[in-house]
Each structure stands twice: as structure tokens, then as C-alpha cells.
Design a protein around this ligand. Structure first.
Ligand SMILES: [Fe+2]
Length: 248
């Protein structure tokens, strides 16, 4: 598929630059071997419904959907772990904030264990931590949620591979064609440079774009630290996918 050098004049989305995102087949990340396409990709022009829906409203969300410290906890209790705030803006390829975007996020607990039936890591579950939440961006594309900092965990890839601490994100922009699934890492984590999934990124700039810096300006003294993670939908400045090329 050829990539236009200038945005289309009649609206619509700029096609993804598939040379800029990580390659689909990256054997050091073993599951990419079975997940990557076996045939050449076909390209279709996007349709109106792909560019205009779905639309989400704040009325869909519960009061604690953006607070993973409490959204699964018993009354009067809270999740175990370092308390943090994750915040940032969802931007389009021209740098404008994307309002009304649905963000969903999921993560392991402070010990590095997921609440999932296929989880096999021996770290204990936290009875007060579910590990998922969601929020919708404001008028300027900003978002914020509270959680605990997840722990690193081992995974069956090589002989001794550990994932850096990370939070998974799914973002719906203004349409299905803008959907993005990615992961956020934490500044200073020594596992980042050792991880085979992070290793599929082609440049240090790409790794930096997925690594949230500590943001002392948004910390709550004696309560929570803060990390800042901006997300860009579509185009040359788009946030990197976690492992494979998707969408249009
Ligand atoms: Fe994960």
C-alpha cells in the first residue's frame, strides 16, 4: 500500500505508515510468528461508519471506573501497591485534543499477577484489586485515572523473560478506524531494555514514546505519584502499537 505524503483533502484518515510501526513478524517475540499475516495485505478505503462511530458518553461510566484502587475493593478497603495517577492527552495526528475518546486500561496487580483464569504466575491475587477500568477524554482530549503501579512478571517466551511493569491501553477515537491498542511503561524500569516485546520497536524514540515519565507536578503529596502518557491517534506521530499492525 502506498502512503500519501499529504493528508487527503476530502476528510477521512491518513493511512497508517506500516513501515514506521514495528514489523508484524519479529521471531524473538515468539507469538508474533503465528500472529503475523501469511499473505499480502489488502487495502480498502474507509467507510463512513468506520470514521464516525462508535460514540461513547460519560453516562455509560460508573463512578469508580477511573479508580482502580477502589473499583474492585471492599467498602473501606483499597488495593495494595504504590498509589499512582496516570494522566495525559489523546491527540490526533495534527496535535489537536480528541474529546469523547473511550480509554480502557488493564494491568497486573502490584505483585505482577493478573486476575484472569489463564494466569499461571504464582504471585498472589489482591482481593481488593480487579485490574481494569475506563474513562472518557474531556473537551481538550485530557484523561486521568488512579491505580496502583503494577509489578513486572515472567512470561513463557525465552528461558527467563520478564515483562517490564506496564499498563495496557485500548483507545477508541472518533471511529473504529482510529482504534489503538498499546502499552505504557514506566520511566526508569530496568526491564524495558531487556524485554523482547519492547525490542521490536525500531528506535529509542519509539521506546521513549511508550515510556511515561514521572510527573511531579501532578503528584498528590502523601498520597500518589503521577506519570504522564500522551497518546496520538493515526498519522506520522501516532503512538506505537504493542506488537502488530492493525486497522486500516
Ligand atoms: Fe501485560
Amino acid at each position: 500500500m502506498s502512503i500519501p505524503s499529504t493528508p487527503p483533502k476530502s476528510g477521512g484518515y491518513i493511512p497508517r505508515d506500516r513501515n514506521w510501526q514495528p514489523d508484524a513478524l519479529t521471531p524473538p517475540y515468539k507469538t508474533s510468528i503465528k500472529r503475523s499475516p501469511q499473505s499480502a495485505l489488502l487495502s480498502f478505503p474507509s467507510t463512513l461508519s468506520e470514521e464516525t462511530s462508535p460514540v461513547f458518553g460519560h453516562h455509560m461510566l460508573g463512578d469508580l471506573d477511573n479508580d482502580l484502587i477502589h473499583n474492585y475493593a471492599q467498602a473501606g478497603e483499597s488495593a495494595i501497591g504504590p498509589r499512582i495517577i496516570v494522566h495525559g492527552r489523546v491527540l490526533d495526528e495534527t496535535g489537536r485534543g480528541v474529546p469523547g475518546a473511550l480509554l480502557e486500561f488493564w494491568q497486573a496487580n502490584a505483585g505482577g499477577r493478573y486476575r484472569h483464569k489463564k494466569e499461571s504466575y504464582l504471585a498472589p491475587l489482591d482481593p481488593n484489586f480487579g485490574g481494569c477500568g475506563r474513562t472518557i477524554t474531556g473537551e481538550d482530549g485530557s484523561y486521568e485515572f488512579r491505580t496502583i503501579q503494577p509489578g513486572p512478571y515472567p512470561w513463557p517466551n525465552g528461558m527467563n523473560d520478564w515483562r517490564p511493569a506496564h499498563i495496557h491501553f485500548s483507545i477508541f477515537g472518533h471511529g473504529f478506524a482510529q482504534r489503538l491498542i498499546t502499552q505504557m511503561y514506566f520511566e526508569g524500569d530496568p526491564h524495558i531494555k531487556l524485554c523482547p516485546i519492547v525490542g521490536i520497536l525500531k528506535t529509542q524514540a519509539a521506546i521513549d514514546a511508550l515510556t511515561a515519565p514521572l510527573d511531579m507536578n501532578r503528584t498528590v503529596p502523601m498520597d500518589s505519584r503521577a506519570f504522564k502518557f500522551d497518546i496520538v491517534l493515526r498519522g506520522q506521530r501516532q503512538t506505537y502499537f504493542e506488537n502488530r499492525k492493525e486497522g486500516l
